[in-house]
Design a protein around this ligand. Sequence first.
Ligand code: BMA
Length: 889
Amino acid sequence: MFRQYIVLLFFICISLSNSNRISLVGNDWTITDNINHTAQGRVPGTVHTILLADGQIPEPYADYNDVTFRYLVHTKWVFTKKFNLTSDFLAYNHTIIHLEQIDTVSNITINGCPVGRTHSMFIPHTFNIENSCLKLENTIQIDFDSPVLYALQESIAYNVTVPPTCTPDAQNGECHVQFIRKEPCSFSWDWGPSFAPIGITRDIYLEATNASDITIQLESINVASYDATQKTWRADVMLSSNNDPFSSTLKFVLENTTWSYEAVVPFTKNVSLSINIPDNQVARWWPNGYGDQRLYTLSISNKGTPIGSRVIGFRTVELVQENYGAGINGTSFYFSINSKPIYIKGSNWIPSDSFQERVSDEKLERLLRSGQVAHMNMLRIWGGGIYERDSFYEMTDRLGIMLWHDFMFACALYPVDEPFLNRVHEEVIHQVKRLQSHASIVIWAGNNENEAAVAQNWYGVAPADMNRTKDEYRKLYVDTVMVAVKEMDKGTNRPFVTSSPSNGLESITENYIATDPQSSLYGDVHFYGWKDDSWDTTTYPISRFLSESGIQSMPSLDTWFEVTKNVSDLSFNSSFVLHREHSSGQTIAMKVHIEQNLPLPKTNDSLNNFGQFIYLSQINQAMTMKSISDFCRVHSSKDMINNKTSEGNTMGLMYWQINDIWQAPTWSTIEYGLKWKMSHYYIQHAYAPVYPIATLTPYLANATDENAQISLYIINELSNKIRGTLICEVRSLDTFTPRISYGSDVSMDSPGTQHVDNLPYALLMKRANCMDSSKCLMHCGFNYNQEHIGQTLFFSQPKNYELSNPNLKIESFKQISPTDFNITITVERPALFVWLDVSANITGYFSRNGFHMFEPTTTVGFHSWTPLTDFNQANFDLRHMSLFDVTLP
Ligand code: BMA
């Protein structure tokens, strides 16, 4: 039912605008900097991609081109296009130009008439064009400012310094990015280059109407809240018209249900109304792993003429932050979807390319499906990137990947003058309106790490300026961003936090800047432990929710060869590799971690040596990710809250980061070209819905330590009962026969964590005749409901094990369907970290990888993203290795 609407002003017959649209997209734009380059090219496009297509510059991602071609964005650019209009088009009396996205600061003229100025890539721009300016033959001219110089000028014009003024040297970046509403990481980041693109990046068109036409636009639909008593969903609908006041009879239809509703709506500027949809008409939308993702189209029409529609889903979202009761400090921080507490398994998402016009929907889909098949239920759209295109959110709705959506502010203080705040207000209103129909977006967050930056004074603000800095923080994120979000997103179905990390409600009680926004007893935490041994979880905080954590690794040799043909560039410490390492100290840290845990390459062949380092860095990252995930999952249960420290009940991990923006050493688990790193396979395993965990306490205890114990747990997220047997074997690497084996029946009637047993370590090792922990390890297998999942626990760092040649061989490689292949592998003795790889031309993923073999033969699947006909094994270039290979000279 509608909320009550009173008077109907007057009825007029609405002809839904007979408009005329002329697209300005095309290959016939001319761009020039009036100095070095003039080229013809395609819009949507940017300076770099147009010059590349025209053969004037090489691939910007290759070699040192990120710095060589920096001059391209230090200057002004002019984009022009000639276009014709018909006399019919010119007969309309009102014409606009619409730019869905322009990057960023520009001045637009048509036939010399001023049309408008743009300052933000985060809002679309619509400008009126004077009728007298248009002719049969026209020229549009867009004069772009250099984003780099614009940011500099704005920073100079601003009355105080806003830190950080520049990026760290290692990033080869640009300065003052907070002064321009443009993808923050386009000025460089600690995993990405600085290209600061200039151009028209989405649709651009002219549209003509007659001023007397009445148009009704659907602005947004939001499934705002659920009334459990009435059993109805409240959907908030926003409409607008250019020509009110008037009234209209609108019909709302929820397609594929019997529900529809008709009502007379009086229009006076924007119209907001709420409709109630009975729960019995719809099925719920569930996150990946918890049920189906049912989506419905809600269509609105006016006397049979469609106005618009949105695809919506029905789910409730609660961010539960409640006290635990006497003796336990802090509050919980977890998502409850449709009243079901959900442990979050996810990652952080960054832009997939510096040039969005070369990111295909297919690429986005493959990345998101790589998350979905790795059992992820949430991604965080990180605040240093972009608001993604519409199709991205359609995919996350469909795949059940919930989104934690930051607004685009990251790792900086920001200006707060009126024009800037007005731009931010407009941006937030626009983005929330555009995106709020999507069931997958379950939380908004004001910024990335800026509460922590203020609270912990990351940028060395003088004490005298601290109060002003705090006030400015609140002015931007509370009075501007939050107020705008709440103006648009009115229900209870999408919580808002001002920052990530924050202490949630506790941050609010501390006036939005908590003393320690990284407290492990409240809200979410970002933690990077690269200074310690990252395999050792005792170095991690036990937080309520870990929204960032991870470690770097190197991408594959295939990926390096995409950006350099110079083999001398390919070594761990080459100037080229170090040039691509944007976080100083991380290459050394990677090396230190590898040395702590793994054998070092012995080969003198430098390329082979680098290939092995890459493999080791990926093992290091994979083992780190597994450690972090296991640690969070073990502590997820409320029963694991430590009475002394109040820590525990970790209800999610979103590791840093799933995707890459270019080819470089980074924290990603998927390479730029979509190849999964070993860590992605480990995450897929560690995020399994039913999962055995084995831990040794103290970490890597001595075999004779009488106090040491092995704890065994089963985590179950399935709502059906599980019945199974957990068999754990103490093994050595010289034989397939286990030394001793321990079995336990497990039965779980509901989701949760079952602590299966504690095994006395010294006794176990004695019985296994394993007096040196580096001679043995434990391998467990959990068989339940016809499924099997394994788990390996090292008793010592892998570098301490004596490795002998397992004679790893590919026994057979068969195609079983257009997209799927089976590979049979044999070994003569146990093998650690078995790694399979295929040619760079084949994109897809193995059913597992980086695994250990404790049996003579095993079969691994390979799934190709595209169907492959004329299968030829040679084209695959199937490669394999295990840890033993690193020990070879
Ligand atoms: C966090 C993120 C990013 C950064 C990452 C790795 O702080 O929010 O800013 O890229 O760590 O350093």
